[in-house]
Design a binder for this molecule. Structure first.
Ligand SMILES: *[C@@H]1O[C@H](CO)[C@@H](O)[C@H](O)[C@H]1NC(C)=O
Ligand SMILES: *[C@@H]1O[C@H](CO)[C@@H](O)[C@H](O)[C@H]1NC(C)=O
Length: 375
């Protein structure tokens, strides 16, 4: 009996080691967002960053071979942190741990839902930044997207496009022939290919079937992230013609100006519907999962109380919203432990009036602000 327990514990340990082995290796590069901004990338810099453990072997190879893509990855690392923390700011897990890269806490290396989101988001951010780099002409390997082979869309297909309303009248009257592909479409396909080469990482050689499986899950989530950017492409158009008559309209497929946030919102929905998978023989993923789904292998902790082993910081002391029934509401965020209400009187200058040069007269106002804090 005792022996069985020991061997079970041994197995769990081994499994944990494997998890930790592969878990965060391919997102350590997110640490580049902090100190490596503005770095002039050289082959030596790639090696140095590799020696610091921020790049995985294959990533360092890509770095040395295509130095010009590295600034895009540095920006993407920043974007990943920003978008993730914005998306999760009022939740129990608020993505603050992403800034610990490359020394992640265990929730980002054990195959949780949160790890799935971070893998996907980092891939999405990388594709977005690379595509932007392509369009700006700062990358050697790509420029603008080749226009689609099919005809430009007919006016009715454009109704949802953002620029439609501006010239809707003349637009509705103009003939189909006045549309053409032009401008600079975002070359998401090339960007996605470049991102893949970098993010793919090498499959763990010594980790066995479980390690291979976890690697496959991570790579699946990476791909889901890249696809989320491809799906965020929208038709963007610009009017030409005499005094904005819009007799000619050029259109391209673009990513807009809102950054990787759009893809982030898409991935947040997929985070909510992520699916659990369990290791199978051969380290392959079961075929029934759609490419867009996020996959996880380990159930997340509830993040209510601090638990170092599980990577939970707990929600004690977090600000909550006294009138919300959602994730940010005190009831949910404080996990039923209750909260303290802290009122604070603020005295400030207000209703200031300009009297004459150099003299402004103000009143003193008192304002009460209320904060709610989890027990
Ligand atoms: C995120 O959560 C941690 C742990 O609960 C907390 O210490 C930190 O202040 C939170 N960050 C933000 C921006 O709310
Ligand atoms: C609190 O939640 C309510 C209801 O969801 C919302 O209207 C309000 O803006 C929130 N307040 C803060 C400070 O976030």
């Amino acid at each position: 009996m005792r022996e069985t327990t020991t061997s079970a514990a041994g197995k769990i340990c081994l499994l944990l080691v494997l998890f930790l082995f592969d878990g965060g290796a391919c997102i350590k590069w997110l640490a580049l967002g902090r100190a490596w901004d503005g770095l002039a990338w050289t082959r030596e810099a790639c090696t140095e960053v590799r020696n610091l453990g921020l790049l995985e072997r294959k990533q360092a190879k890509v770095c040395r071979a295509t130095l010009d893509v590295m600034p895009s990855f540095v920006q993407a690392a920043k974007d990943t942190s920003t978008v993730c923390q914005k998306a999760f700011q009022n939740r129990r897990w608020n993505c603050s741990s992403i800034d610990r890269a490359p020394d992640y806490t265990s929730e980002l290396v054990t195959g949780t839902r949160e790890q799935a989101f971070v893998y996907a988001m980092s891939a999405a951010a990388a594709v977005w930044r690379l595509a932007r780099g392509c369009a700006l002409g700062s990358l050697a390997a790509c420029t603008c997207a080749t226009p689609p082979r099919r005809e430009p869309p007919s006016p009715s297909a454009l109704i949802s496009s953002s620029s439609y309303s501006k010239n809707s009248m003349s637009f509705a009257l103009s003939s189909k022939n006045s549309f053409k592909w032009g401008g600079c479409g975002d070359d998401v396909r090339s960007a996605s290919r470049m991102a893949k080469r970098f993010l793919q990482g090498s499959s763990p050689q010594s980790a066995g079937a479980v390690g291979k499986f976890l690697h496959a899950v991570n790579m699946h989530n990476n791909r889901a992230g890249r696809r989320a950017v491809e799906q965020s492409l929208t038709l963007e158009c610009k009017c030409h013609g005499v005094s904005g008559s819009c007799s000619v309209r050029t259109c391209w497929r673009g990513l807009g100006s809102s950054g990787p946030t759009v893809a982030g919102a898409r991935l947040l929905r997929r985070y909510a519907s992520a699916m659990e998978v369990t290791p199978r023989t051969g380290g392959r993923l079961p075929p029934l999962y759609h490419l867009d789904n996020l996959l996880y292998t380990t159930k997340s902790p509830d993040y209510c109380l601090p638990d170092k082993m599980k990577g939970s910081l707990g929600t004690i002391g977090r600000q909550c919203n006294g009138s919300s029934a959602g994730y940010d509401g005190c009831e949910y965020l404080c996990c039923g432990r209750g909260h303290v209400t802290k009122s604070q009187e603020i005295i400030e200058r207000c209703e200031c009036k300009y009297i004459s040069c150099c003299y402004v007269k103000c009143k003193t106002c008192r304002r009460i602000i209320t904060n709610y804090e989890c027990n």
